[in-house]
Design a protein around this ligand. Structure first.
Ligand SMILES: Cc1cc2nc3c(=O)[nH]c(=O)nc-3n(C[C@H](O)[C@H](O)[C@H](O)COP(=O)(O)O)c2cc1C
Length: 350
């Protein structure tokens, strides 16, 4: 790309002289919290734990979301739930997501997070489609059916904590009830400091395509920051979402699985339009071991190896002849065996 083309690409003004939406290299703010760039890691249950969040921050994400935790799990001191709150300074700013539908327990859970963690933001899950959350707990995406309930929860939680309270929603419950704009307005009126919109309905789950037009409509309807989410997979799609929707930042989920480099890749593309090289084999190998070791430090060898049975294959996605390694990793329960298998695959001498 020529110097002129690069300058034009990076210029916050388009050739018509009008201000381009979503100036990609700038920070944005959630209340008085400044986020250094527009790249956000999505909350992902079983993935977005402290080990992965630290990696992703170092790879260039400006803000990371911790996976959802149950309000009741927190207030009844469920050991597994409490462990999910583990955070460290080097990952901040970080948002802790909670889910639930009961006013009293949501308020108590938010207070618990405020008192026991350094989370910069308390986020409320209003998008989870899984039956355990959306049906049994009447939480997650099922709240989308009750905007008045959303108002009450956001108001009660915002009044109970000094931390910014944010929500993550879907476009609606199903295609007959696309109500993200109404929900967003209710949440803003109730005191929400930011809204993330995943452009799919609950009925869609993770199928089909995210409808970014809903994100645009929400952005136009509220004055608080809006994060766009759904189907950002590379620099091009990231830039497109920022420009098409005018959202303040973009959230990346599935495309970060086994690919924390995506934040570096998108950051570079948004800066000057260049597409950086994929990580080398050595970098992938080192990242796999680093990820494993961080998980071991957090959860012990047994659980860490079990979790790497998902992460391992994600790191190997698209690589030739990786099926034999995938098979080995699905049975490995010792760190040393994992390292030997990975090194043998990458033919790296240690
Ligand atoms: C494995 C997995 C776990 C997820 N867990 C959560 C969660 O805990 N809370 C939440 O709000 N969304 C959760 N999501 C949804 C993502 O945050 C995100 O909204 C969705 O994947 C769409 O973004 P993407 O197209 O970038 O993946 C999860 C998604 C995946 C794939």
């Amino acid at each position: 790309m020529s110097i002129v083309a690069q300058l034009l690409f990076a210029c916050p003004y388009d050739t018509m002289g009008s201000r381009m939406k979503g100036m990609v290299f700038l920070s944005f703010s959630i209340r008085d919290l400044t986020i250094e760039n527009k790249l956000v890691l999505a909350p992902m249950a079983g993935v977005s734990n402290n080990a992965f969040r630290v990696i992703v921050r170092q790879m260039g994400a400006g803000l990371v979301f911790a996976e959802m935790v149950s309000d009741k799990g927190l207030i009844y001191n469920n050991e597994k739930t409490i462990k999910l709150l583990h955070m460290t300074e080097d990952e901040r700013p970080v948002a802790q997501q909670i889910f639930g539908s009961d006013l009293k327990t949501m308020v108590e859970a938010a207070r618990f997070v405020e008192m026991n963690t350094n989370a910069d933001i308390i986020d409320i899950n209003m998008g989870c489609p899984v039956p355990k959350v959306a049906v049994r707990a009447q939480a997650g995406a099922s709240l989308m059916k009750h905007p008045d309930r959303i108002f009450e929860i956001v108001k009660a939680v915002s009044e109970a904590t000094k931390r910014p309270v944010t929500i993550k929603i879907r476009s609606g419950w199903d295609e007959h009830s696309i109500n993200a704009v109404e929900v967003a307005k209710q949440a803003e009126a109730a005191g929400a400091s930011m809204i993330t919109v995943h452009g799919r309905t609950r009925a869609q789950g993770y199928t089909g395509q995210a409808d970014w037009r809903v994100i645009k409509r929400v952005k136009e309807a509220v004055s608080i920051p809006v994060i766009g989410n759904g189907d950002v997979v590379d620099g091009k799609s990231a830039k497109q979402m920022l420009e098409e929707t005018g959202c303040d930042a973009i959230m990346i989920g599935r495309a970060a699985l086994g690919n924390p480099w995506i934040f570096k890749e998108i950051g570079q593309y948004l800066k000057d339009g260049t597409i950086i090289d994929r990580p080398s084999d050595q970098e992938i190998r080192d990242m796999m071991i680093r990820h494993l070791d961080s998980l071991i430090a957090m959860k012990g060898e047994h659980i860490a190896l079990l979790e790497m049975r998902s992460h391992g294959p994600w790191y190997l996605k698209g690589m030739d002849h990786a099926s034999s390694l995938r098979k080995v990793l699905s049975r490995t329960s010792k760190r040393d065996d994992f390292v030997v298998a990975v090194d043998t695959f990458f033919k790296i001498k240690v």
